[in-house]
Design a protein. Structure first.
Length: 213
């Protein structure tokens, strides 16, 4: 392993040791501030504000169902919201996530592509569609989609990680190592510690296959 890689790994591990104290000092383990702890009562809002708050509440409910793997309930909420907000690219993206989690890849692909149609700079949708294509074994398509996500946001660590993984599967090890090194630097810079460790492990595997470790 190179000296620079060792230094990055050391920084990640050091940050992990210190991070609980840092989080505690900054109040991350405390109660949320009152302004964030609850929504403003609907009765105090104007009609348009009420509509937006209702959307946020339903979107939050859908996300909770998705996290809890209650896909049927999540899908029902996102489809209901899409009926009310047909031009909302985020809702199409979330529907794609639910469908993909159920291995309904063609339907998920349509949802992600619709999100991109509504917002051509939807980096999350490009990344998600890339994951779907990767799962289908369509690796070259996945590479193009990840690269498009990174054209939109060149510091999108998740897309970098996914691109590096697929490039390694295609045995393009030098390119994979380069993009993963960039992802690791950004993750460490942002103190995204667990993500940095995840990327570092993948980078180490790629470099081992290149014969650099």
């Amino acid at each position: 392993m190179s000296e620079s890689m060792s230094n990055l790994r050391s920084r990640v591990y050091s940050s992990l040791i210190l991070s609980p104290l840092v989080l505690l000092a900054n109040g991350f383990w405390g109660s949320p501030p009152p302004s964030l702890a609850q929504d403003i009562p609907l009765a105090q809002l104007q009609p348009q504000q009420q509509r937006q708050q209702q959307r946020r509440q339903r979107l939050r409910e859908g996300n909770e169902h998705l996290v809890n793997q209650d896909y049927e309930a999540a899908e029902a909420i996102f489809r209901e919201l899409i009926e009310d907000y047909p031009q909302d690219s985020l809702l199409r993206y979330k529907l794609g996530d639910v469908l993909s989690a159920q291995y309904r890849y063609e339907e998920a692909s349509q949802a992600y592509q619709e999100a991109i149609r509504l917002n051509e700079d939807h980096a999350l949708a490009y990344n998600a569609l890339g994951n779907l294509r990767s799962n289908q074994g369509r690796l070259d398509e996945a590479v193009s989609l990840y690269e498009r996500a990174l054209e939109i946001n060149d510091r999108y660590v998740e897309a970098m990680q996914n691109l590096g993984r697929v490039l390694a599967e295609l045995e393009r090890f030098a390119a994979a190592s380069q993009v993963l090194s960039q992802a690791l630097e950004i993750a460490v810079e942002r103190d995204e510690l667990w993500k940095a460790l995840e990327v570092a492990k993948l980078l180490e595997q790629v470099n081992a296959r290149r014969g650099l470790v």
